[in-house]
Design a protein around this ligand. Structure first.
Ligand code: G6Q
Length: 540
């Protein structure tokens, strides 16, 4: 059942109708407990959702929609290892990667408890990470590693890249971490430009080990190493490890499968940061901190699975998003972290959310008549304030936004953190309450300027705060968004764990590759033919 088929959905629509003139100013004035009543806690995080365009009744009705859609059962189906990724016939068990304090987690398709494998890989990663960190893992010429370069793309890049930056305060600073993803050779060339091959370790991260971009970059990296060592192929084993589910492909590439860290087809790429795909992060912060991160993930998983819907952070954020997306017509959702360490978090979320819920057929393959996933975007504060916040404050679009901040800074220098957080608090206040024309006039503003200086307010935000950005709060934050995406996909009745939409472009690119270097006649449309012709002419 999708959200529009529930009885409660008509109540939600009726709420929106009767709340047409909803005003955050009026709602806060009428109810001194609004903020307290609309604040939730879980896994080190506080969510204040009081600055949203909803009242208690709308929230109740939204929760009723979730109930009618069988959300609780759907959550259980995921945690219980059922094959909820039906189009690929797979379990969706990224939650098992961090279920370290519990017992067995069984893949219902194979009947296998996945936890022994999870623990085994985690231990192998820890041993390897310790060797690299201590300098006992040596390159082919006997030098310890100084540069760790992850080669991967999409889910095999965005998570570790984002997380290695996010947890930099906990990382071993004599090691340098870099991420090469783009098939554009510039990415590789510029990344290794100042690196000494003898001190460089490549982690080739690819679930399938067949991805074009990753294989191109990995081959180029291998050539770069071999060139340095005059073709001595024994160097490969010392400068390359693989992270993959495909041992045969890894062996074909020439990496010793003893240096391979496995994961499983029940881990989706964009959910794979807590698997071996997080090896670069583990090398950066060490196995203990990595386990603290998994603990944070697990705390949010437990909360998601057990907390009643009205106290449930991922569920609440998902329902609010649905209200804006499906009722009030918002097309996008902004994520605005007020922490430089989370600079790549919006990019990471773009994949998590848009690849999961950017679908337009329901689980039975019928075209949906309701909106699905929003466009997710954002930048770290305060940079965004000096760029696109104008539109957030005075534009014609409804853009619900999540503001994410920390009470304490890892770099308590001068007044920076006070200034940062003053902006953080000021923005959601300004967005919610605006400034009326009368208030502008009362400042003596000339009448002609009054409309330009008026702020309508009523622009909805969530505020998410934690004491500090730590491995645990970081893990909990990622899990919070994973589960938010899950809830939305469940109510939209789409398959959130496949990504068929990325295939067509890949297939067409494979067809065009030989055409770019040949002179054969072209049989595309006239636009594509002409563009390819231009490329051929420039590269003759
Ligand atoms: C993520 C997607 C996708 C995937 C990349 C890389 O959920 O499946 O982004 O992670 O295409 O795939 P490989 O890890 O197989 O190289």
């Amino acid at each position: 059942m999708n959200l529009t088929e529930t009885k409660a959905w008509s109540a939600v629509l009726a709420d929106a109708e009767s709340n047409r003139d909803f005003s955050l100013r009026a709602a806060f004035a009428a109810d001194p407990n609004r903020a307290a009543d609309m604040t939730l806690e879980a896994a080190g995080w506080t969510l204040d959702y009081s600055k949203n365009l909803v009242d208690a009744k709308t929230m109740r009705d939204l929760r009723a929609v979730a109930d009618e859609c069988g959300l609780k059962d759907k959550i259980e189906a995921m945690f219980n290892g059922e094959h909820i990724n039906e189009t690929e016939d797979r379990a969706v068990l990224h939650v098992a990667l961090r279920a370290l304090s519990g017992g067995a987690v069984v893949d219902r398709g194979t009947g296998e408890d996945v936890m022994p494998g999870v623990r085994k890989v985690l231990d192998a990663m820890a041993n390897f990470a310790d060797e690299v960190r201590s300098g006992s893992w040596k390159g082919h010429s006997g030098k310890p590693v100084r540069n760790v370069v992850n080669i991967g793309i999409g889910g095999s890049d965005l998570g570790p890249c984002m997380a290695t930056l996010a947890l930099a305060p906990f990382s071993q600073r004599n090691l340098r971490f870099a991420f090469v993803s783009n098939v554009d050779a510039t990415h590789f060339a510029e990344t290794v430009r100042d690196m000494d091959p003898e001190e460089t370790l490549f982690l080739v991260a690819s679930k399938t080990f067949t991805t074009l971009e990753t294989m191109d970059n990995a081959k180029t990296a291998r050539e770069w190493i071999l060139k340095h060592y005059d073709g001595d192929s024994a160097a490969v084993a010392k400068h390359f490890v693989a992270i993959s589910t495909a041992a045969d492909e890894v062996a074909k590439f020439g990496i010793d499968t003893a240096n391979m860290f496995g994961f499983w087809n029940w881990v989706g790429g964009r959910y794979s940061l807590p698997s071996a795909i997080g090896l670069s992060l583990m090398i950066a912060i060490g196995p203990d901190r990595f386990r603290e991160m998994l603990g944070g993930y697990e705390a949010m998983d437990r909360h998601f699975r057990t907390a009643p819907l009205e106290k449930n952070l991922p569920v609440t954020m998902a329902l609010l998003g649905i209200y804006y997306n499906n009722v009030l017509g918002a097309q996008s959702h902004a994520v605005l972290p007020y922490d430089q360490y989370l600079a790549r978090f919006p990019a990471y979320l773009q994949q998590l959310d848009m690849e999961s819920n950017g679908k337009s057929v329901d689980k039975r393959g019928r075209r949906v008549s309701w909106q699905t996933g929003p466009i997710v975007w954002g930048e770290p504060g305060t940079n965004g304030q000096h760029a696109f916040y104008q539109l957030l404050h005075q534009g014609t679009k409804l853009v619900p936004a999540d503001f994410i901040g920390f009470m304490r800074s890892h770099n308590p220098i001068g007044d920076h953190h006070v200034h940062l957080m003053a902006n953080f608090f000021a923005q959601t206040e300004a967005l919610a309450f605006g400034k009326t024309a009368d208030e502008v006039r009362a400042e003596g503003t000339p009448e002609a300027l009054v409309p330009h200086k008026t702020f309508t307010g009523n622009r909805p935000t969530n505020t998410l705060v934690a004491l500090e950005l730590t491995p645990a709060t970081f893990g909990a934050l990622v899990a919070l968004y994973e589960h938010k995406v899950f809830v939305q996909g469940a109510l939209w009745d789409v398959f959130s764990f496949d990504q068929w939409g990325v295939q067509l472009g890949k297939v067409l690119a494979k067809r065009i590759i030989p055409e770019l270097t040949a002179d054969s006649p072209l049989a595309h449309d006239s636009s594509t033919n002409a563009l390819i012709g231009r490329f051929r002419a420039a590269n003759r």
